[in-house]
Design a protein around this ligand. Sequence first.
Ligand code: DC
Length: 225
Amino acid sequence: MKIAIDGPAGAGKSTIARTLASRLSYLYIDTGAMYRALALKAIKAAIDINDPQQLVDLAFHTHISFLPDSQEQKVICDGEDVTADIRSPEVSSVVAQVAAHPAVREQMVRMQQDMARNHSVVMDGRDIGECVLPDADFKFFVTASLEERTRRRIKELQSKGYQVNEEDIRKDIEKRDYQDAHREVGALKILPDSIVIDTTDLTVEEAVTRIMSIIQGGAVIKDAL
Ligand code: DC
């Protein structure tokens, strides 16, 4: 079983996808964390993020894996725990540029497809339904209003001890939305076979329950065919 969850930043995708994967005992793959890990490594190595060849070379020599943890899944890059560092504002401000290069995406998509091979997975990102798992059993597009996404992002950063300015956060989300939706390859979009879940007025639990009931309903229909 392959479940694709796409949507814009701050819509609650990762929390929903992680909860869903844990309920179903499936593997959870956070593809945004993979682009973030590569962006972090590029910053540390002082690589020009506008140079796709350097980034592709870097990605080729990078090993990213996920380690289940009781709280949140740990992200391991070349043996180092980068779970906290990949969420820094510095990484957030450059990651969309890193993810915009078609050659970088090609390599990341290949890595993601390898991870999903032979497993039941819940995978979240921007291009999962279209590029990574086009044959997914279910494709969800999880979204929320810009206001609500800004509010959630501020809460998340404050809980991690960052000083935040509401206007800066809103502009950063708007900029990323634009970059994610307008890139050449793997642009964020609602597909004809996506099921849209608007989480603006939903708790995580309500969103997960809604998705679970769609999956269970769909599985019953598939069994009957
Ligand atoms: O979901 P996130 O905010 O952690 O994603 C970080 C960045 O990576 C974001 O700018 C979009 C990009 N991304 C992407 O281009 N394709 C994916 N499959 C996942 C994330």
